[in-house]
Write a protein that binds this ligand. Structure first.
Ligand SMILES: Cc1ncc(C[n+]2csc(CCOP(=O)(O)OP(=O)(O)O)c2C)c(N)n1
Ligand SMILES: [Mg+2]
Length: 342
């Protein structure tokens, strides 16, 4: 099938490079996790690269991205430094979140990457808050809010779409339907499996897109961005995609058929784009090899940086966390209660 696009060769190669960077970053992260250099939960984005890259290429640097815990790839797509992301996974002081967040809590305000949230659907009300602040301050930014199919079954999804439409906020709700929430298939947990149709309840425009096609995702999100910037309000996009690995590094993937995995492997967005770019003489194998070398180099430097970076100092243990009783604000005397009657 011919690539239908107005994009230049450089732009197409940038999309390809970003997807490859994400894929290989995740493979490296898996390797580092297995070697015990990364601890805690780690959720890989392998298979879903076209969604983050297509969507984030359709917004501007000053627009916001907010998302869930499967977010290394989205942070890379938003322009966060691969070194600082890897260092965060290692829990080092040089990480994007100072080594305190780890894999699920990447946050980089400078790049307007507003975080990684581990509570399913927790980021949706925050996206509405960001949208409200943009409208209140009469700015022209948009918020791209990514979430999984599992989030659709949470009350916060419905409350967020409702308020975003009521106030016509510039929020693009992008559901990455990767077919599973942990080990549960969408059809076993969601009564309306066409997730885009949920938008009807809130009179929000919606679109279902092939999430394995970076150009299709980009074009769909571009429409939603134009709509939001014009002051018309939110949109809901459902990108159909697949995670090739388990829910987290701890998942042995016993709940799905090998045949299903093979079908989705054939849709792999990275080799498919590479093949089209070469077949249609948009680029050469030599240029692709060059990109591969650059990506390898970036990741070697990222791992070296993470390895060499210091741990956060012990005396910083209590900084950047909620401290109800600090020295300036000493603990109040214990309250009288039934258990403590004096
Ligand atoms: C409110 C809440 N309920 C349950 C969990 C446990 N949990 C963690 S991930 C997950 C699945 C979410 O699936 P989905 O939204 O489809 O995202 P995906 O992992 O597929 O990217 C669940 C149920 C949680 N973190 N938060
Ligand atoms: Mg899912």
């Amino acid at each position: 099938m011919k690539l239908e696009t107005q994009l230049t060769t450089t732009e197409l190669l940038n999309l390809y490079q970003k997807m490859l960077l994400i894929r290989e970053f995740e493979e490296k992260a898996a390797q580092m996790y297995t070697q015990g250099k990364i601890s805690g939960f780690t959720h890989l984005y392998i298979g879903q690269e076209a969604v983050a890259v297509g969507a984030i290429s359709a917004i501007l640097d000053h627009d916001y991205v907010i998302t869930a815990y499967r977010e290394h790839g989205q942070a890379l797509a938003k322009g966060c430094d691969p070194k600082e992301i890897m260092a965060e996974l290692f829990g080092k002081a040089t990480g994007v979140s100072g080594g305190r967040g780890g894999s699920m809590h990447l946050c980089d305000i400078e790049h307007r990457f507003m975080g990684g949230f581990a509570i399913v659907a927790g980021q949706l009300p925050l996206a509405v808050g960001l949208g409200l602040s943009i409208t209140y301050k009469k700015e022209n930014d948009v918020v791209l809010c990514l979430f999984g199919d599992g989030a659709v079954n949470e009350g916060a999804f419905h409350e967020s779409l409702n308020l975003a439409k009521l106030w016509d906020l510039p929020v693009i709700f992008l559901c990455e339907n990767n077919q599973y929430a942990m080990g549960t298939a969408v059809s076993r947990a969601t009564s309306l499996t066409n997730i885009a149709q949920h938008a009807c309840s809130y009179e929000i425009p919606s679109h279902r897109v092939n999430g394995m096609d970076v150009l299709a995702v980009r074009e769909t999100v571009e429409h939603a961005v134009r709509y939001a910037r014009a002051g018309h309000g939110p949109s809901l996009i459902e990108a159909l995609t697949y995670r090739y690995r388990g829910h987290s590094m701890a998942d042995p993937l016993k709940y799905r058929a090998a045949q299903e995995e093979e079908i989705w492997q054939e849709r792999d967005p990275i080799p498919n784009l590479a093949q089209k770019l070469i077949e249609q003489n948009i680029t050469t194998q030599q240029a692709m090899d060059q990109i591969q070398q650059e990506v390898t180099q970036i990741l070697e430097s990222a791992v070296a940086f993470a390895e060499e970076s210091p741990e956060p100092p012990l005396d910083s243990l209590m900084t950047r966390i909620y401290e109800p009783f600090s020295n300036q604000n000493p603990a109040p005397p214990p309250k009288k209660s039934l258990l403590n009657p004096q």
